[in-house]
Design a protein around this ligand. Structure first.
Ligand code: OGA
Ligand code: MN
Length: 274
């Protein structure tokens, strides 16, 4: 793979591809990008000059597209969700550790996020590596456990965004729930990854509420240690492809008074097994 892509590992989580215009990527390069996403969790590119149609075409070469239920869509392209914070808004989208769509029975594979407008400073995204966050000792202890993932407390009536200036993200009647193994086998890499996250997972099947919450708190604290985390900065034209099955992400909200706009395309996934 290394021969078709100029790709550097990013300490903590992910990789960065240099010198590639994704519009001109060969099939071998697309395959190498997909493999890198599966194994490294996130792959970033700088200086892309992409129309919405270009971004959609690129995303489709990685995986089929699925449309997010909750995010506002760009006017002409339903495949593209707007992840936006205006000069006047205080709340941002994704401002806590999470992975997208884990409340679906077939969670999204990942996303293709393109920076359209970035604040002068701040607005970085943190990614955490859920392969590395799973040491062998923990694996044995949590093997076989399952956990429910819910969306109502975030996107439903009175959900996390209600009462904020991103309130259009709450109050949705369609709030799926799904149960997944706490540790999944990544369908693309065959490796085990931790698949619970602080935004959508708050209990463990078969454990008393307090015990489940305590176990999750311990797993979450372990997972966000700096050695498993990388910070990605954006400028217009920076694009990242990430894999929800083996990473978490966190959108920093440290640029009040400035505009930030990202175009997100969600990639379809499938059911996950232990
Ligand atoms: C998302 C998300 C992070 C960001 O699009 O799912 O969490 O930094 N975005 O905008
Ligand atoms: Mn997200």
């Amino acid at each position: 793979m290394a021969d078709v892509l100029d790709i550097d590992q990013v300490e903590g989580c992910g990789a960065r591809v240099r010198g590639l215009d994704v519009r001109k990527a060969s099939d071998a390069q697309i395959d190498a990008i997909r493999e890198a996403v599966f194994h490294r969790g996130v792959v970033a590119f700088d200086d892309q000059v992409l129309t919405p149609d270009d971004q959609i075409a690129f995303a489709r070469r990685i995986a089929p597209i699925v449309v997010n239920r909750y995010f506002p869509k760009t006017e002409r392209w339903p495949e593209i969700a707007k992840v936006e914070k205006t000069e006047d808004q205080k709340a941002n989208i994704g401002g806590g550790w999470h992975t997208d769509h884990s409340y679906d029975a077939a969670p999204a594979m990942g996303s293709v996020l393109l920076a359209i407008h970035t604040p002068p400073t701040g607005g970085d995204t943190l990614f955490a590596d859920m392969y590395e966050a799973l040491p062998d000792a923990t694996k044995a202890r949590i093997a076989g456990l399952e956990a429910p993932h819910a969306s109502a407390h975030v996107f439903g009536e009175g959900g996390a965004y209600a009462g904020t200036d991103q309130a259009n993200l709450s109050g949705h009647p369609d709030t799926p729930e799904a149960v997944h193994p706490v540790v999944v086998t990544h369908p693309g890499s065959g490796r085990k990854a931790l698949f619970v996250n602080p935004a959508f997972t708050r209990e463990v099947v078969g454990l008393p509420a307090e015990e489940g919450a305590a176990l999750l708190t311990e797993l979450y604290a372990h997972a966000i240690q700096p050695r498993f985390v990388a910070r990605y900065a954006w400028r217009p034209g920076t694009m990242a492809v990430w894999d929800n099955r083996c990473t978490w992400h966190f959108a920093m909200n440290d640029y009040h008074g400035h505009y930030r706009l990202m175009h997100r395309i969600t990639l379809d996934g499938g059911p996950l097994d232990a």
